[in-house]
Design a protein around this ligand. Structure first.
Ligand code: PEP
Ligand code: CO
Length: 448
């Protein structure tokens, strides 16, 4: 298949994994028509800016911080939650920039991360077998058969929630909240009281001093937009292809297609089939794209994926997200790094230390150990050091809330505490304290 014949609909002729069993095809098409008439959420020019920023990452001049919810929720939706998530990401970016001296490209799993690929079509909740929860864009997580029926109106609701989320993010990042003089504000109370929070405060105080110094030298800080505003991009897993197709538009400047549902889209471990619909869809849009790679990925497979997704070898176009698991990363990553380097693709390599390290606690909850997450990150950095390639970024599931979903880390969350504040609708996330802790560790890895 050549890119010449690509169209936003072409995926429909290919095998598409993970598409929900929508009960009424007519109702689905009406929802998709409604979406196709909606304004774009992002603009092509913004997606191109992100590609340029990622090109710096691919060249080893910057670091990618991609983070946010496993699955955004229709019910846990509030301005405070969005603000707190942004706070922790800005806080981590400060730790990384200050600690490692590299610019940080900030990309949220946010404003569209509503669809979940699942390993099985059904799941057991207590004594009943139910259709799996596929994200609020598709069905509801309540443990009832009726709640699990896919409802196409949810696609439209997901669009609207994405629009209001993005609107607030734009206001926060361009309207003063992300001003470097606000660094103290990003340290939430429950983080500030911890060792990591105090360590962060020291950096914040040094930034204050540097800003006062610049002002004393006569620099008009109020006019320095790089100090006052932040570029913050959105991304999500492009699972539901009808939704992505409906939001794909031809850019009037370049004539190219862009998926205007987010700045960056990725395919997951379960949807990255070379001849499948998802890879075909991503191959034709001009946004920066990413592909998750699990431990079974072969060098031939990754080279073929690079050829499909980055045929022109464009720096910043393709991000490869390794999610190997702490015990597999050392052996699994090295052959892939070598194969991609040999094939000459200027990709960004990022580490997702979350999805290969999910375990079930004795109490039956999905969780992840902070130590496993850290250990996979160390393996990722070591493999790059060995290969002479740049460990370009991290891909994390986190929240600004004080949840108890991952074990260990600062404050040492124990198995018996998981139930206390376990609110995720899908995978366990790092809380803001664990995230800050992790940022300091990644900064150390970057420095060494
Ligand atoms: C995810 O990122 O939430 C996810 C499901 O990842 P993966 O496709 O790597 O399993
Ligand atoms: Co997840």
């Amino acid at each position: 298949m050549t890119a010449v014949h690509w169209s936003p609909q072409r995926w429909r002729d290919l095998p598409a994994a993970q598409q929900p069993p929508w009960p009424d095809a007519g109702e689905l098409e009406r929802a998709l028509e409604e979406l196709a008439a909606m304004p774009p959420l992002v603009f092509a020019g913004e997606a191109r800016r992100l590609t340029a920023a990622l090109a710096d990452v691919a060249a080893g001049r910057a670091f990618l911080l991609q983070a946010g919810d496993c699955a955004e929720s229709f019910t846990e939706f509030s301005a405070d939650a969005i603000r707190d998530k942004l706070k922790v990401i800005l806080q981590m970016a400060v730790v990384l920039t200050y600690g490692a001296g590299v610019p940080v490209v900030k990309v949220g799993r946010i404003a569209g991360q509503f669809a979940k690929p699942r390993s099985a079509a059904t799941e057991r909740v207590g004594d009943v077998e139910l259709a799996s929860f596929r994200g609020h864009m598709v069905n509801d997580d309540a443990p009832l058969a009726s709640a699990r029926v896919p409802d196409p109106h949810r696609l439209v609701d997901a669009y609207h929630q994405s629009a209001s989320t993005l609107n607030l993010l734009r206001a926060f990042t361009k309207g003063g909240f992300a001003d470097l003089s606000q660094v103290h504000l990003w340290n939430q109370e429950f983080v500030a009281a911890s060792d990591e929070g105090r360590r962060y405060e020291k950096i914040a105080a040094e930034i204050d001093r540097a800003l006062r110094f610049m002002a004393a030298c006569g620099i008009d800080l109020a006019r320095e937009t790089t100090l006052r505003q932040v570029d913050f991009y959105t991304s999500h897993d492009a699972v539901i292809l009808g939704y992505e197709e409906a939001l794909t538009r031809r850019d009037s400047i370049s004539g190219d297609f862009y998926d205007c549902s987010a700045h960056m889209l990725w395919v997951g471990e379960r949807t990255r089939q070379l001849d499948g619909a998802h890879v075909d869809f991503l191959s034709g849009i001009h946004n920066p794209v990413a592909c998750k790679l699990g431990p079974s990925t072969t060098p031939d497979e990754v080279v073929a994926l690079c050829a499909r997704l980055d045929p022109d070898r464009t720096p910043g176009r393709l991000t490869l997200v390794a999610r190997m698991g702490a015990t597999r990363v050392t052996d699994a990553l090295a052959p892939l790094l070598a194969a991609v380097a040999d094939a000459g693709h200027p990709v960004v390599w990022a580490c997702d230390p979350m999805h290969g390290n999910t375990i079930t606690s004795e109490g039956g909850r999905k969780t992840r150990r902070f130590d496993d997450i850290l250990s996979e990150l160390k393996g990722f950095f070591a493999a790059h050091h060995e290969a002479g390639t740049w460990p370009g970024g991290v891909h994390l599931e986190l929240t600004g809330d004080d949840v108890t979903e991952c074990l260990g880390g600062y404050g040492d969350i124990l198995e018996g505490q998981l139930h206390e504040r376990y609110t995720t609708t899908c995978d366990p996330r790092l809380n803001a304290r664990q995230s800050t802790d992790l940022a300091f560790r990644v900064a150390e890895l970057l420095r060494s």
